[in-house]
Design a protein around this ligand. Structure first.
Ligand SMILES: C[S@@+](CC[C@H](N)C(=O)[O-])C[C@H]1O[C@@H](n2cnc3c(N)ncnc32)[C@H](O)[C@@H]1O
Length: 268
């Protein structure tokens, strides 16, 4: 079975898909310029406290640490002990008040502290009852600004590739992921609807493009390759064969592009 060679779980110790520490680090490195730009933008809001929901190993907070004044307190929340330990270690030298809480956001949302700026970056796919979750966030006093960044499996594109082949691959991936019912890999629409019906009054929605074309920057390559391999494990043998040939046909990746689009919403 060809597919066996492609098993890459990218789960963390609590079994959350696409949340393994190394995978998150590759992802972060690939998108660092965009993440820095976003953190600088958020710094203009001058928050005195930031809560990061699903902070994992603290990579985003590390970026915020560079641009926020030291008076701003950081609180990171995650359910995964191993990732939180990494976050604690990462934050050791930060000159500010920092704490990390281990909790299951889905079942303990009354414990989420109020703050000036709440970060919800790619955490919604793990929350079943998103309505209640956003409702609870909006009822904290003060609720401050909620910053949402949400990817969607349907807006990730490898190219160039014949459309018929891409659609076959995308359909196989979607059917496999949706039938596993483990997380919402296709979550922009659900997120958009829930935010639109929430009690936040000021809402700003944008769609942010992340794109790279070859020759790919060195910092982007691990994320790109891991995303290809992760995709392969959900495909039929025929599609894996095609995908492998597609990869092998341009081993130096000289004529490739990649893009994805994230929903970026700011609510207050
Ligand atoms: C895809 S990672 C996102 C990490 C980071 N926010 C980012 O954008 O790079 C999702 C994180 O949410 C955490 N997580 C998922 N479900 C959770 C839950 N119910 N309670 C607390 N944390 C959860 C996972 O452990 C993981 O660290």
């Amino acid at each position: 079975m060809l597919r066996r060679y492609f098993i890459v779980s990218q789960e963390n110790l609590t079994g959350k898909p696409l949340a393994d520490a190394n995978w998150l680090a590759s992802h972060h490195q690939a998108k660092l310029p965009e993440r820095i730009a976003f953190a600088k933008r958020m710094a203009n809001l001058k928050p005195k406290s930031i809560v990061d929901l699903g902070c994992a190993s603290g990579l985003w907070l590390e970026v915020f640490n560079q641009f926020l004044p030291t008076e701003c307190e950081f609180i990171g929340i995650d359910c995964d002990e191993e990732l939180l330990n990494m976050a604690v270690k990462r934050s050791n030298l930060w000159q500010r008040k920092v704490s990390f809480l281990q909790m299951d956001l889905e079942n303990e949302f009354s414990r989420i502290p109020p703050c000036d700026l709440t970060l919800a970056f790619n955490i919604f796919p793990y929350i079943q009852d998103l309505n209640s979750f956003v409702n609870a966030l909006s009822h904290r006093i003060p609720r401050g600004t909620l910053a949402v960044r949400q990817y969607d499996g349907a807006s990730i594109r490898f190219g160039p590739m014949p459309t018929s082949k891409r659609q076959e691959i995308e359909t196989e991936l979607r059917v496999a992921i949706e039938s596993s019912k483990r997380f919402y890999h296709y979550d922009i629409d659900r997120t958009f609807k829930v935010l639109r019906h929430s009690s936040y009054q000021q809402c700003n929605y944008e769609f942010e493009l992340f794109n790279r074309s070859s020759p790919f920057p060195i910092d982007f390559l691990p994320y790109y390759k891991e995303t290809l391999l992760w995709t392969c494990q959900f495909l039929s043998e025929k599609s894996v064969d095609y995908f492998r040939t597609w990869i092998d046909n341009d081993p130096l990746m000289l004529n490739r592009y990649f893009y994805e689009v994230d929903l970026v919403a700011l609510l207050s």
